[in-house]
Design a binder for this molecule. Structure first.
Ligand SMILES: *Cc1c(COP(=O)(O)O)cnc(C)c1O
Length: 331
């Protein structure tokens, strides 16, 4: 990229792709004629809900942990997570024989907590909010000499998530619009850097939930601010961008064309749509891009739209409830 303030290059993303190849799978790109009818063009789903650990988060986590020194690996890593990042760090830790401590808040769904424990990581539930869990993680880092694996604000994490963008360019070279779930912004930053390095005319949209869209509020304020966490079906998107954010806020501000919001009902509809139409299990945070297209949130979608489906770690009870309540108004 030409932006002088961006320290992550396309080369970094290609290097990440080489590094993490043995730990991830190539996820499919699935055509969605039903969504294409809504936009009047082609729409493909990038199904990273089918990724190892059930979300794209393993891409960044693997790239970060593989870059640690032997000394850092011997000490172990710590992460704070709404669930998916912790699961990814735990998975990579186990694969490489590295101690992993995962700090989560009481708000994380139990299916995600169980998955992290089953991978052999040390899980510590602390406080009610992401910010509470984060404070504990920093303390453990200092006390125990662990390396912090940030969920998004780290060049290695962003480059790892950017491999989603490389796969899109390879499998869908005509792509002119990418629709990407957005919380801390690691995913959309990596995808935007990859796609716009290839062609700056490709438009990249971020999608967040109405209930606590931290990055959008920072963009509107023109600076880093803290907002209250709210309960949402998109539990993977909960949390602040961080008042000390160094990378993702600037990258999103420079390279993301627009950020749109979806409601709780729209997210639930999108989850049911993915299940009914594509037989895909998609969690709330993973479905916001589908919701944005289903409910016509984008200013103008292009002819060749890629929607990143970022995760599938939804509890069965929740999924059955959503499927049972589906009115299929969107069919
Ligand atoms: C973490 C996560 C996101 C958001 O990624 P950021 O890099 O924080 O913007 C989106 N969807 C799912 C399923 C996630 O786990």
């Amino acid at each position: 990229m030409s932006g002088s303030d961006v320290m992550i290059t396309l080369q970094d993303i290609y290097r990440a792709k080489q590094q993490i190849n043995g730990l991830i799978v190539r996820t499919p790109l699935i055509k969605s004629p039903a969504l294409g009818e809504r936009t009047g063009g082609s729409v493909y789903l990038k199904a990273d809900n089918l990724q190892q650990t059930g979300s794209f988060k393993i891409r960044g986590a693997a790239n970060k942990i593989l870059a640690l020194t032997p000394e850092e690996r011997a000490q172990g890593v710590v992460a704070v997570s709404t669930g998916n990042h912790g699961r990814a760090v735990a998975y990579v830790g186990r694969a490489l024989g590295i101690r992993a401590v995962i700090c989560i808040s009481g708000g994380v769904p139990s299916n995600k907590v169980t998955a992290i424990e089953q991978l052999g990581a040390e899980v510590i539930v602390h406080g009610d909010t992401y910010d509470d869990a984060e404070k504990l993680a920093w303390r453990l880092r200092d006390e125990q000499g662990l390396t912090m694996v940030d969920p998004f604000d780290d060049p290695f994490i962003i480059a790892g998530q950017g491999t989603v963008g490389l796969e899109l360019l390879e499998d869908f070279p005509e792509v002119d619009t990418a629709v990407v779930p957005l919380s801390g912004g690691g995913l959309v930053s990596g995808v935007a850097l990859a796609l716009k390095s290839a062609n700056p005319a490709i438009r990249v949209f971020g999608v967040s939930m109405e209930r606590g869209p931290a990055m959008l509020r920072c963009l509107e304020a023109g600076k880093l601010i803290q907002i209250a966490e709210e309960e949402t079906i998109a539990d993977a998107l909960v949390g602040n961008v961080g008042l000390k954010n160094q990378y993702t806020f600037r990258i999103v501000r420079s390279y993301v064309d627009d950020v749109v919001l979806v409601s709780e009902e729209e997210i639930a509809e999108a989850m049911a749509f993915a299940l009914a139409e594509h037989h895909l299990v998609v969690e709330g945070g993973g479905a916001v891009g589908i919701a944005a297209l289903l409910f016509d949130k984008l200013d103008k979608s292009g002819d060749n739209v890629a929607v990143v489906v970022s995760g599938g770690n939804v509890g069965l009870q929740m999924l059955l409830q959503i499927a049972g309540e589906w009115t299929s108004t969107s069919q």
